[in-house]
Write a new protein. Structure first.
Length: 94
């Protein structure tokens, strides 16, 4: 699920910090950056390292980083989106 996402940058951990892998922004699968569908991406690069980070770039220009992710190790779980209407009733304890 992506909302407000322009695309991604990928980084590998190096002795000096982090090095960006991709030359240009990896564009979101949806031109408007809005999607309620789970989307899978792949990217191939010949780099030295086994620890990676993902930077999500917003359509409004901000960004947020995620990671570290170890090479060959599964991370995260598929998102479950419940589109049913919900009513939330607060529970207040004194």
């Amino acid at each position: 699920m992506e909302t407000g996402n322009a695309g991604f940058n990928l980084y590998v951990k190096t002795a000096g910090g982090q090095e960006q892998i991709n030359d240009a922004l990896i564009s979101s699968s949806n031109a408007a950056g809005e999607s309620l569908v789970t989307t899978a991406y792949s990217y191939s690069a010949a780099v030295e390292g086994d620890t990676f980070f993902i930077e999500m770039v917003s359509t409004e220009g901000g960004s947020e980083s995620f990671g570290p992710y170890a090479l060959g190790e599964p991370a995260g779980v598929p998102a479950a989106v419940d589109m049913e209407p919900s009513v939330w009733i607060p529970f207040i304890v004194q």
